[in-house]
Each structure stands twice: as structure tokens, then as C-alpha cells.
Design a protein. Structure first.
Length: 64
């Protein structure tokens, strides 16, 4: 639904979710991302990187 006289905008993006330590309910960690205006090749590469990021101990200068 749009307001009269207004152009409809379509929001495009990729939603990613990574969960680690699924076998350890007390230590499970989930993280989600919503990346707007990215293509699927970029999203696939970034998802592979994020799988290894989640659950790692942050290092100084790199909080993720």
C-alpha cells in the first residue's frame, strides 16, 4: 500500500543468520545480519566469513 501520489520503493537485501555451539544450549550464540543492496555472490562470500566469526573471542582492535 502506498500513499496517494507517492512512488513505491522496493527494499532489496540479504538476511543471514549464523548459530554456533548448537550442542551446548548454555553456550549457544546466534548472530543476524541484514545487508541492503548487495548481490548474492557478495552475500555468499560474506556468509562463509561470518560462520567463522561467530563464537570467536574478539581480539583487540577487532571487536567482531
Amino acid at each position: 500500500m502506498t500513499s496517494p501520489g507517492r512512488k513505491r520503493e522496493i527494499l532489496q537485501g540479504v538476511f543471514s543468520r549464523v548459530a554456533v555451539r548448537l550442542d551446548q544450549p548454555g553456550n549457544r550464540e546466534d548472530r543476524v545480519w541484514l545487508d541492503l543492496r548487495v548481490d548474492l555472490d557478495w552475500a555468499e562470500t560474506e556468509l562463509r566469513n561470518r560462520v567463522y566469526l561467530v563464537g570467536r573471542t574478539p581480539t583487540p582492535g577487532n571487536p567482531t
